[in-house]
Design a binder for this molecule. Structure first.
Ligand SMILES: Cc1cc2nc3c(=O)[nH]c(=O)nc-3n(C[C@H](O)[C@H](O)[C@H](O)COP(=O)(O)O)c2cc1C
Length: 331
């Protein structure tokens, strides 16, 4: 039987299937079930600084405190922030007491510079095995230069890496004008892993109401292609582990991600759709395929079809259809 042990989050994982950050990992029972079904690690729902502010606003309205009141700062700092941390701490500690042995990774999403470090340190103290930074600046400000956004990333990351001793990884968006360089430079920090890519909340338009509505929350199976291309391009060129996220709905897609160079896959929509048994199916499918194709371990498989190894590497960088599809008739 193929050995599925791999490394990501700077840790040894007994399986390359990770339950991605979402409400899926909100209870001890669910985390236990994922481990029983073969998950190699779980990532907790991100602690969102923005959400804490909203909570603060709701509370202060109730208590009739002024927004700029000094009590705001006290309340925000000591009550709401600590409450979120307390919840994460309880979840991590209770899961470990319940016998969960796979790594439990905390995730943070912050806006301000200082809060990233505050949350990261607290989560480390809470017993998280690693921290995933859910870091995204939507480049929607037409006045903001790409270089400034990049500086912001590296400033924050530098601070977190300096203050935290457990492994830190980052889940990135594809929205960088110099994506390959960004991934490479990030891997040259003390970053323990990079996940490509996060999938965000999307908006759509309701034609009847002429209003914005939330688009599909769950991914579709065809959405894996962007991550596949970029994992393949970056594999072998980075100094840390790579994980794939978005659109992994079956074991074949997971195997393609490993072939492209992912050390692990993060799955969310598949579990929302099919339950924890989805993880078991995935693991079984990966194992069976590896056995059938003579792969004994993940090292033999990882990166075998990356840009440096495939016969037609230029396909990784081909984006225009050009003459190859000139005769395409829709079939
Ligand atoms: C309901 C829901 C909640 C999510 N919450 C978070 C979150 O808190 N932090 C985060 O980094 N990603 C979050 N994600 C993104 C997922 O971790 C994942 O990157 C994305 O869903 C793509 O993977 P999938 O195609 O397997 O769903 C969430 C996704 C869903 C569907």
């Amino acid at each position: 039987m193929a050995n599925l042990t791999t490394r990501f989050f700077g840790l040894e994982l007994k399986s390359p299937v990770i339950v991605g950050s979402s409400g899926l990992t909100s209870s001890v029972e669910k985390i236990k079930t994922y481990e029983e079904n073969g998950a190699g690690a779980v990532v907790l729902k991100s602690i969102f600084e923005e959400e804490i502010y909203f909570e603060y606003e709701a509370e202060t309205n109730k208590q009739d405190l002024g927004y700029h009141n000094l009590e705001y700062l006290d309340y925000f700092d000591y009550e709401i922030k600590n409450d979120k941390i307390k919840q994460a701490l309880e979840l991590i500690q209770k899961s470990k007491q319940a016998g969960v042995s796979i790594p439990i990774v905390a995730s943070i999403n912050c806006h301000s510079g200082s809060e990233w470090v505050f949350f990261a340190k607290k989560l480390e103290e809470a017993g998280a095995d690693a921290i995933e930074l859910n870091f995204f600046v939507l480049p929607s400000d037409a006045e903001l230069e790409a270089a400034k956004i990049k500086d912001y990333y590296f400033k924050i990351i530098g601070k977190v890496l300096m203050d935290v001793t457990i492994p830190v990884t980052i889940k990135l968006s594809p929205y960088f004008s110099d994506l390959a360089r960004m991934v490479k430079e990030l891997s040259e920090t003390r970053m323990a892993g990079i996940t490509l890519f996060n999938r965000f909340f999307n908006i759509d338009i309701d034609l009847d109401k002429k209003e914005l509505v939330a688009a599909n929350v769950l991914s579709h199976p065809f959405e894996y292609l962007q991550a596949l291309r970029w994992i393949g391009i970056m594999s072998g060129r980075v100094d840390c582990g790579l994980a794939a996220s978005t659109g992994i709905h079956d074991h074949n897609t997971a195997l393609k991600m490993f072939m492209a160079g992912a050390n692990a896959v993060q799955v969310v929509s598949g579990i929302y759709k099919h339950g924890a048994g989805f993880i078991k199916e995935l693991v079984k499918g990966i194992e069976t395929w590896m056995d059938k194709n003579g792969y004994q371990n993940m090292d033999e498989l990882t990166g075998q079809a990356n840009l440096q190894k495939v016969k037609n590497p230029s396909w990784y960088e081909r984006v225009q259809f050009m003459k190859h599809f000139g005769e395409f008739d829709g079939e």
